[in-house]
Every structure is written in structure tokens, then in C-alpha cells.
Write a protein that binds this ligand. Structure first.
Ligand SMILES: Nc1ncnc2c1ncn2[C@@H]1O[C@H](COP(=O)(O)OP(=O)(O)OP(=O)(O)O)[C@@H](O)[C@H]1O
Ligand SMILES: [Mg+2]
Length: 511
């Protein structure tokens, strides 16, 4: 390879935070016009290496060269000057602005920063490459995570980046959306651009990338062509040992005569749910299967009292709730682990200790005084159980890697022991080891008699970890099956079929 064939060359890079060395002697070459994967366990240093290349972190040692030019100043603006843009794991958009404004933020054709007609034309040209189907005038605050991710991707492309770093780009996308994103990535590669692709979805990596760098504990294990790798070879190198993916055994399902913890009867909401019938019994895990926008998160929110119910009944322990509110849900022992951990659920400015014990201070308090020693013990327990890194109770959550933030969030609810636990995308962004522990946690929680509602874009996860699956489309549950009778293919097929059937029927008959 000549110097110009190499988009990014990282030589001997090291980085420490507060005495902890998080990147050590990193050497990587990324060929121009390729899709280059970074893989590794949570906390291995993938995002940090991306941030150095993207100008968000300054390396303590070593050199970074971009298309033959040595980088001397590490700021995102300088990186953009070299043609490097980064799409973060935790998205960074201005929620009050529209899609169009966000895509062209800071580069509007009008000098005063006001968008003009030309910008709309540019947007449509971009849309031709991306085919994301975003409404340019929609406000970002109202968009789902998957759509926000698309806005970030369009913004990077709009900035004419030659090198785009995508940190976990598919973590909130469904399989078909991920496939479309991979189409976009291949098109970018076809135009000679370089994509650095960070992900825990090894199947996506095997299908889309040209080369892979495997990281472990802040070091590079190896960089190699993807053609010579398998799922197993990647996982073994990430973990530094032989591995096996196992699904834990479920406890037996409770009988139909067991009284449900919660029950929805013909429930509709302003958020698009229509006539939902749903029961979850103690010790039962019920899974929701559907594409993004099918209403899975909306069911979670309705059960948690976050969105008002406009028709139908909501019963907890057989008693009708009216009106249902978040306060009542919490009082009734309902917990929600939300899909957007950044915005909800975690207090990022705090340390691990209060984040885990916040929900359960009652349990470690006597007469309103927190028993610090008891609290520390519980928090330590959770840190060990989920393998949270860094492992001290007073670590700053804001500085944790994405996957470790997720583990903290789950710990919070693990100590709470609710009656109904709603998990919305519980294993998004966590590595194989932590995923396994989360799966065990879900099954163990049910074994203790907790009712569990499981939502995941990974259909395999839902059908392997639940007793019953509700298949959803367009705000409705159109089928309910024992999960053991479903396969990934059959579930996906039915969800798609239903979606297309709906698309061909007019929603409301014209009057
Ligand atoms: N600004 C920071 N201050 C202190 N520690 C940091 C900072 N940024 C990263 N770290 C630490 O560096 C280590 C590597 O984090 P990084 O985010 O790069 O991991 P990752 O491989 O992207 O993990 P994940 O898969 O969970 O996203 C972690 O232990 C993290 O806590
Ligand atoms: Mg990361």
C-alpha cells in the first residue's frame, strides 16, 4: 500500500484517563475505500480509538495520519478539515431543530445560518443516496432513535466526509433498516469513501466489512481481512478464550389459571396502539416481536403509565386503574428499563452508587437514613454480577463506555425486585459476555416470580428468552404464539407479511 492508499494510519497511540491506560500502543492501518470494523468487549477502547481519529480525544502518545497528512491538532473541527466525521454511540443532535436543520447544522447556504431553498434541494439529493425516507421538516425531538441515527448519518455525508466513523450505527435499527444502512455504506465505499464501523453485531460485520481490527483491554489483538474470520474466531479473540453462545433454560410457564400481574383489555392510546389485549403472569416472560414503529415501545409506555390510555381497560392485580400514571405504576411495583438510556433512566452526572441504589433506597435505609455500608455492599454485588467496568462504586457514569452504562441501568432494576419488569432493548450495545449475563438475569428474575415483558429488535433474543411472543404491526397485536413454536425466519416472515398487508389497505375508509 502506498501512503495515499491508506486513509488512516494510527502509530503507537496511547491514552490514559486519571491514571488508567485505556489505549496502549495502538497500531492500525485503514485502507482508503474500505469498510473497516472495530470489535471488542465493552470497554475495550473502540469508541475511544474512534474519538482519537475523530478529533474528540487527544492521544498522549503516538501519531495519527489521515490520507498522508499527520494530524497535529485533535479537535472535531480539525478532523473535519481532514475529511473525518464521527457518528457517536450516544447521538448528538439538536432536538428542537428540524431534520433539515440538523443535517446542515453549521453549513447552511445562507450565511446567517438560515436554511434556504437550495438546502432543501441538497437534502433531496442526499436522500437519493440514503433513501432513509425522513421528513426534512420533522422536529428531531419527535423522532425515534432509529430515525435520529439516520439524521446523524446524513449529516456526516452532507459534510462531505471522506472518512466516516460509525459507532454502533445499527444498535437501534431493525434488521431491515440495518440492511438498508449497509446498502448506504456499500454505496459510500463505491464512491471511494472509508467507513470505520464499530459494532457488537458480528453478523453485520461479517457481511459488510472488508477488514477488522479486534481490540481487547485497550490493545489491538489483530487486524485482518474479514474473509478469513468467522463469528467464533472474532469472539474468541475478543474474549481471549474459547466461547459458546448458550441460551439459558426458562423456568416453567405459569398456568393459565394463575392471576395476571397486569392485563390490558382492548387498550388504545393516542400514540397509536389499537385494541391491545395483553396479560403477563408472575414468573412469565412475554416477548413483543415487531418492526420499529410497530408499537412495542408504546405498549411499554402505556403499562408504565407514561402515555394515557384513550380506550379499554388496564388492570393491575385484577383492579382497574383509572387514570393510570407513572406514580401509580411505580407504586404498584412496575419497572421500566427504557430503550434510550441516555435520556431516561440514568443520572449521568452521578456516580455508579446512586445510579444503582436510587430506585431502592428504601431497602437500604433505616428510618429514612441511608445505611452506607449496606448500600455499598449491594452496589458492589451488582458491579460484580454484571461485570461493570470501571468496578468502583464511585466511578463517573458519564465517562463509562456505552455498554457499561447499560449494565448500570439494568443493575438499578435488578436490585429493585419489581412485580412487573419491562425491558426495552436490554442488551443493546453490550458485548457477548454481558449479554449472556443479562439473559441469565432476565430468566432468574422470572424464576423469582416477577412478570417480565421483553422487547428486543433481535427476534432471536425474544423467542429464546420468552414463554410467549406477541407479534405486532401498526399498533396492533396480530398474533400470539408460544415462543418455542417460532423461529427467527418464521417470526420475521409473518411480521413483514402483516406489515405489507396493512400497507395495501387504506387505513380509514374515506367518508
Ligand atoms: N473521558 C473518559 N474519562 C475516563 N474514562 C474514559 C473516558 N472515555 C473512555 N473511558 C474509559 O475507557 C475505557 C474504554 O472505553 P470505550 O468507550 O472506548 O469502550 P468501548 O470499546 O467503546 O466499549 P462499548 O462496547 O461498551 O461501547 C472504558 O473503561 C471507559 O470507562
Ligand atoms: Mg463504545
Amino acid at each position: 500500500m502506498t501512503a495515499t492508499d491508506i486513509a488512516v494510519r494510527v502509530q503507537g497511540v496511547a491514552k490514559s484517563f486519571g491514571g488508567a491506560r485505556i489505549l496502549d500502543d495502538i497500531h492500525v492501518q485503514i485502507a482508503a475505500g474500505t469498510v473497516h470494523a472495530l470489535v471488542g468487549e465493552n470497554g475495550a477502547g473502540k469508541s475511544s480509538l474512534g474519538k482519537i481519529i475523530g478529533g474528540y480525544y487527544v492521544p498522549d502518545e503516538g501519531d495519527v495520519t489521515v490520507h498522508g497528512t499527520r494530524v497535529t491538532r485533535f479537535t472535531p473541527r480539525d478532523a473535519l478539515g481532514h475529511g473525518v466525521a464521527m457518528i457517536h454511540q450516544e447521538l448528538q443532535l439538536a432536538p428542537e431543530l428540524t431534520v433539515l436543520q440538523n443535517v446542515f447544522l453549521g453549513q447552511e447556504s445562507n450565511r446567517a445560518g438560515i436554511l434556504v431553498k437550495g438546502d432543501l434541494e441538497r437534502f433531496h439529493a442526499l436522500e437519493a443516496t440514503c433513501d432513509f425516507g425522513l421528513d426534512p421538516q420533522a422536529r428531531v425531538a419527535g423522532l425515534r432513535i432509529a430515525e435520529r441515527q439516520k439524521v446523524e448519518i446524513m449529516r456526516a455525508i452532507a459534510r462531505d466526509a471522506r472518512i466516516i466513523i460509525m459507532d454502533e450505527p445499527t444498535s437501534s435499527l431493525t434488521e431491515d433498516e440495518a440492511e438498508r444502512l449497509h446498502g448506504v455504506i456499500r454505496r459510500l465505499r463505491g464512491q471511494g469513501k472509508t467507513v470505520i464501523y464499530v459494532s457488537h453485531y458480528l453478523d453485520h460485520i461479517l457481511a459488510t466489512c472488508d477488514n477488522v481490527t479486534i481490540m481487547r483491554d485497550g490493545r489491538v489483538v489483530r487486524t485482518a481481512p474479514i474473509a478469513g474470520e468467522t463469528r467464533k474466531s472474532l469472539v474468541d479473540s475478543m474474549l481471549g478464550q474459547e466461547s459458546d453462545i448458550l441460551w439459558p433454560d426458562l423456568p416453567p410457564a405459569p398456568g393459565a389459571d394463575v392471576a395476571p400481574v397486569v392485563e390490558l383489555r382492548g387498550v388504545s392510546t393516542a400514540t397509536g396502539l389499537r385494541g391491545i389485549d395483553l396479560t403477563v403472569r408472575p414468573g412469565e416472560i412475554v416477548g413483543l416481536v415487531g418492526l420499529v414503529g410497530s408499537g412495542r415501545t408504546e405498549i411499554a409506555r402505556a403499562l408504565f403509565g407514561a402515555d394515557p390510555i384513550t380506550a379499554g381497560d388496564y388492570l393491575i392485580g385484577g383492579e382497574r386503574q383509572k387514570p393510570m400514571t407513572v406514580t401509580r405504576a411505580i407504586a404498584a411495583g412496575i419497572s421500566l428499563v427504557p430503550e434510550d438510556r441516555r435520556k431516561q433512566g440514568l443520572v449521568l452526572t452521578q456516580t455508579t452508587r446512586p445510579n444503582i441504589s436510587l430506585a431502592t433506597l428504601g431497602a437500604v435505609s433505616r428510618w429514612g437514613v441511608i445505611d452506607r455500608a449496606a448500600e455499598t455492599l449491594r452496589v458492589r454485588d451488582m458491579i460484580r454480577h454484571f461485570g461493570i467496568v470501571p468496578g468502583h462504586v464511585d466511578g463517573k457514569v458519564l465517562r463509562y463506555s456505552g455498554g457499561n452504562q447499560q449494565k448500570v441501568l439494568l443493575s438499578k432494576w435488578a436490585v429493585a425486585r419489581p412485580r412487573l419488569l419491562i425491558l426495552d432493548e436490554p442488551s443493546r450495545g453490550v458485548d457477548i459476555g454481558a449479554r449472556q449475563r443479562i439473559h441469565e438475569f432476565i430468566v432468574e428474575t422470572a424464576r423469582q416470580g416477577v412478570a417480565v415483558l421483553l422487547i428486543s429488535s433481535e427476534i432471536e433474543e425474544v423467542i429464546n428468552l420468552s414463554h410467549r411472543s406477541c407479534l405486532m404491526s401498526e399498533g396492533r397485536i396480530f398474533a400470539e404464539e408460544p415462543s418455542s413454536s417460532l423461529t427467527l425466519e418464521s417470526a420475521l416472515h409473518r411480521v413483514f407479511l402483516e406489515q405489507n398487508r396493512n400497507a395495501m389497505q387504506p387505513e380509514v375508509a374515506p367518508s
